[in-house]
Design a protein around this ligand. Structure first.
Ligand code: F6P
Length: 330
């Protein structure tokens, strides 16, 4: 190795890390990987409290040592808080964030969150900050990664809930309509629908006409099936109204259950902890390799990084569509 190569300065010296958007199990494991990997490479590390709000208001603190992230790999939520800041789209707010980073000589930012988080990073990259985005949301609605951190844990939580509801649903020969999260993405409903072998799934992209749906439920009696589980994506319809309609039109006693925010909590699965650890480490390796304005993800089981604007423009239908399985197996 030549003297010049040996003495070459690192492309980054100090990083700040934040979590943003809806929290997701595995955010802590990801934070831990970012912090430990950065410290290992001799970088100065700061954490930002409460996402972009903390960045704008200067709620930024040095990480003294690796113990800051001890005992958090198994904890749900995020120890550095998370939130959404729609005002961050305004250039004057972005400039405040830049001033806060400059004041502390921070040259790089790693943000753990969803696509709203990525848009904030794109704006900051254009203003000269070296940015890396890491995908963490239960919704799995980020096209540039096969799986987001938190999706697997949430999916398992949903399956656990559906198993419990199924016990009572079958004992009472009822139809249970269960609303699951996902914002505008049906992955949680579809994946849980396959894992639970449910009677029907209703999402933005995957619906059956209402008369067909009612008919399918009526036909269940003939198949000697006396209860039914139906998963419905949130923000799509009023499941309490749908339950009344099912009762009127099918003869089934029907109950609506909204799983709500319990889906976002709980300790991360082993899959999410490992995914978070791989991505957190890759973020630092990407910066050290001199690349920025990138997001990391897993594509066909390989950890990769791509430009943020390319990631934001990626179509979601690049991912495997599992609805065919629902059609065949239900
Ligand atoms: O993006 C994660 C998510 O849980 C979505 O599934 C849901 O639509 C939204 O956040 C709810 O956010 P909040 O808890 O802020 O109401």
């Amino acid at each position: 190795m030549s003297e010049i190569t040996k003495k070459a300065t690192k492309p980054v010296k100090s990083i700040a890390v934040l979590t943003s958007g809806g929290d997701a199990p595995g955010m802590n494991a990801c934070l831990r990987a970012v912090v430990r990997s950065a410290l290992k490479h001799g970088l100065e590390v700061f954490f930002v409290n409460d996402g972009y709000r903390g960045l704008v208001e200067g709620d930024i603190h040095p990480v003294i040592d690796r113990n800051f992230v001890k005992d958090i790999i198994n904890r749900g939520g995020t120890i550095i808080q998370s939130g959404r800041l729609p005002e961050f789209a305004k250039p004057e707010i972005q400039k405040k964030a830049i001033q806060q980073l400059k004041r502390r000589n921070i040259d790089s930012l790693v943000a753990i969150g969803g696509d709203g988080t990525y848009r904030g990073l794109l704006a900051l990259s254009k203003l000269g900050v070296k940015c890396i985005g890491l995908p963490a949301t239960i919704d799995n609605d980020i096209a540039s990664t096969d799986y987001t951190i938190g999706f697997d844990t949430c999916l398992n939580t949903i399956c656990d809930c559906v198993d419990k509801i199924r016990d009572t649903s079958s004992s009472h020969q009822r139809c249970s309509l269960i609303e699951v999260m996902g914002r505008h993405c049906g992955d949680l409903a579809v994946f849980a629908g396959i894992a639970e072998g449910v009677e029907a799934v209703i999402t933005y992209d995957y619906k059956i006409p209402e008369d067909e749906f009612m008919n399918d439920l009526r036909e269940l009696e003939k198949k000697k099936k006396h209860h039914a589980i139906v998963l419905v994506s949130e923000n799509l319809l009023d499941i309490h109204e749908l339950a009344k309609k099912v009762e009127r039109e099918t003869g089934f006693e029907c109950k609506a259950e909204v799983l709500g925010r319990l889906q976002r909590g709980g300790k991360p699965s082993a899959f999410d902890r490992i995914l978070a650890s791989k991505l957190g480490n890759h973020a630092i390796e990407t910066l050290l390799a001199g690349r920025s304005c990138r997001v990391c993800g897993v594509i066909h089981n390989v950890v990769e990084d791509i430009d943020i604007d390319e990631a934001l423009a990626m179509p979601r239908d690049r991912k495997e569509n599992l609805t065919k399985l629902l059609d065949i197996l239900r």
